[in-house]
Design a protein around this ligand. Structure first.
Ligand code: PMT
Length: 402
């Protein structure tokens, strides 16, 4: 909850109370001016949490705005004054609240509050539109008596309305994919050379497990097939994890589950080749050169793509180092996917082992969407949104056919 300096700040005490009563964990950040309108102590008691308003504390510790920004599922800026809205729209980062806003990866809601003439001013309206275009969710101001004594538009939405907007946002999030079954693969595969050695790759499973969590959060039942060495926490009521070792093992498990699957997301880095023969004993060091014969592994996504049903959505990944775009488009077609997520090892912060990724989405029919560098969790949330959209177009096409 981010409170900027307007008289409506006092109403946020009630909003914080409502959120805490509902079981939310609330971190309040005040702009320096907001501390003049509402006491940090009041908000600290109500939120049952420390209230932050400065970059630095009296004991020379600092409040890490990046951590603050990344640890939240949602940031609500209420009241959002004309000044704060202006800073949000123009990249002015002069207090903890603004630094947290600019570091955030989660959705942002903002509830403007100001006098009617300020609210009606074309510059303010343009700023509000700009923020909406960037994906921020507007909680519109209401009509009524303002602090100036004038009556008009510009009054912050009542705490109960803001609370309902937040509550329905989370309800929609947690039910968007209810009753849907999602199969996700994550991590590498290991192809055994002998009992102690294998051919593998650098996949950590961070991307795939983030995807599994996002789908689980949206109410879907997720089967998560993990290659070896995936260390991420995968515990969630909606996630069933199955561990496998090789590409053939992964194919076997996928075949068992694909019939019941609505959405398949293949984010695993599956080895394309495996040793033709696995030595039964550890290969001893002898000659200077050891030649391994490799045979092609099954292409799991292509195999499943051949029998893809009309209602199913298939999302594949493409990890490329050159000719990225054309290779991704070729894979989209050949593997019969609805969407291919291209990540290139040429992009900093993308690919193996990182907490972030930078991708371009390629859809059937030549449409593509380039996304900026973002956390793998945020990208996973984006993929859930894209899946919801793909499912809804599927429904419309089906209805048109009838
Ligand atoms: O796990 P992280 O460290 O977080 O890293 C994430 C990631 C880089 C592994 C992930 O973002 C990613 O790009 N995964 C796909 C890697 C890959 O195998 O790309 P590919 O272009 O070789 O394969 C294309 C698609 O076919 C992929 O969906 C892959 O899962 C699938 N495939 C590939 C080979 C094979 N034998 N069977 C398959 O199903």
């Amino acid at each position: 909850m981010a409170i900027s300096g307007g008289i409506a700040a006092y109403k946020c005490c009630n909003l914080v109370r409502l959120l805490v009563k509902e079981g939310a964990s609330v971190q309040v950040i005040l702009s320096p001016d907001a501390t003049k309108f509402v006491s940090p102590l009041t908000l600290s008691v109500l939120s049952k949490n420390t209230v932050l308003s400065q970059f630095y504390n009296a004991d020379d510790t600092w409040n890490n705005h990046v951590e603050l920004a990344l640890q939240n599922d949602l940031i609500v800026i209420a009241p959002a004054t004309a000044n704060t809205i202006g800073k949000m729209a123009h990249g002015i980062c002069d207090n903890l609240l603004m630094a947290t806003y600019f570091s955030a990866k989660c959705p942002i809601m903002f509830a403007p509050a100001m006098d009617l003439d300020m609210y009606a001013h074309p510059t303010i309206q343009e700023n509000i539109r700009k923020l909406q275009k960037q994906g921020n969710i507007l909680i519109p101001s209401g009509y009524g008596e303002l602090a100036s004594g004038l009556v008009g538009l510009g009054r912050m939405a009542e705490p109960e309305i803001i609370f309902d907007t937040i509550a329905s946002y989370f309800t929609n999030q947690s039910t968007a994919l209810q009753n849907k079954k999602v199969l996700v693969t994550a991590g590498p595969t290991y192809e055994a050379i002998d009992p102690v050695r294998f051919i593998g790759n650098h996949s950590s499973g961070k991307m795939g497990t983030a995807i599994a969590h996002s789908f689980a959060k949206s109410g879907a039942e997720v089967v998560l097939v993990c290659g070896p060495g995936v260390q991420q926490n995968t515990s969630h009521n909606n996630i069933s994890r199955i561990d496998v070792m090789s590409a053939e093992d992964m194919l076997h498990v996928c075949k068992q589950h694909i019939g019941k699957t609505d959405i398949l997301v293949m984010s695993a880095a599956v080895a394309d080749y495996r040793p033709a023969n696995k030595a039964t004993q550890k290969i001893k060091k002898k000659d200077n050169v050891l030649t391994l014969n490799l045979v092609k592994n099954p292409d799991i996504l292509s195999y499943l793509g051949e029998a893809k049903k009309e209602h199913q959505i298939f999302i594949g990944f493409a990890l490329e180092t050159r000719n990225e775009k054309s290779n991704a488009q070729e894979k989209l077609k050949r593997k019969n996917c609805d969407l291919i997520v291209l990540n290139s090892l040429n992009d900093k912060g993308a690919g193996f082992g990182t907490d972030t990724n930078k991708v371009t989405l390629f859809f059937k029919g030549k449409k593509s969407k380039e996304l900026p560098l973002m956390s793998k969790q945020k990208l996973a949330d984006e993929l859930v949104q894209e899946s919801v959209k793909l499912l809804s177009t599927r429904k419309v096409t089906k209805e048109k056919k009838r």
